[in-house]
Write a new protein. Structure first.
Length: 212
């Protein structure tokens, strides 16, 4: 009996990693393409979680366990996707700005972006403007995404924009910012490209940037 990808999506939404990995393996064994399993099973489930999270129907813990199940499923698929020439739709350099050690929001954004098929290079917390720009150049990234949770550290985002300009990559790389104290008007005032209010919107915006 062929694997039901709807069931795979539902197990992922519930964060049931064991069932997710079993179904992914079973689908591969039955000759289903890794791309179909990824898009119609795993990414479908993660997208539903993203919408529910945005609508306050699920919360951070549920998103984290769903993302863990997603990561375990994609780990099995990765070699097959590479073989099939399936490449990420874009690259994002992600991090929390210098002086700020908060990472839950950043981690959620990273998981949501990966759930939409983007490659995320997560630099962690306390990331200097220089490092964002160096990594963006090294990985030929489409986006630099900066998170801050403090009003005192969000000023570092302006430094990231300035460093990107100085390095001459401003026409190639979009700068996204987010975090509790950040606003649309702040985004405009420092010359960043996009502000998003939550992880789900951030992931959607990143996909739109990379598809443009």
């Amino acid at each position: 009996m062929a694997v039901d990808l709807k069931a795979l999506s539902e197990f992922l939404q519930k964060g049931r990693a064991k069932e997710v990995t079993e179904l992914v393996q079973q689908a591969l064994d039955e000759g289903m393409s890794a791309k179909v399993i990824l898009h119609d099973g795993l990414m479908d489930g993660m997208n539903i979680i993203g919408v529910k999270f945005k609508n306050n129907e699920v919360f951070v813990p549920e998103v984290l366990i769903a993302a863990r199940a997603m990561n375990m499923g994609t780990a099995i698929l990765k070699p097959f996707l590479a073989e099939a020439g399936e490449v990420a739709t874009g690259k994002v350099i992600l991090g929390t700005v210098k002086g700020d050690l908060h990472d839950i929001g950043k981690n959620l954004v990273g998981m949501m972006m990966e759930g939409k098929g983007l490659e995320v290079i997560d630099l962690g917390t306390d990331v200097s403007a220089d490092r964002y720009v160096e990594e963006a150049i090294k990985h030929e990234a489409n986006i630099i995404a900066c998170s801050a949770l403090l009003t005192t550290t969000m000023t570092q985002m302006k430094a990231v924009v300035e460093k990107a300009e100085a390095a001459g990559i401003r026409d190639k790389v979009k700068i996204m910012i987010g975090g509790a104290p950040v606003t649309d008007s702040y985004c405009a005032s420092i010359g960043a490209d996009y502000y998003t209010a939550d992880a789900s919107s951030a992931a959607q915006t990143a996909v739109e940037i990379c598809s443009a």
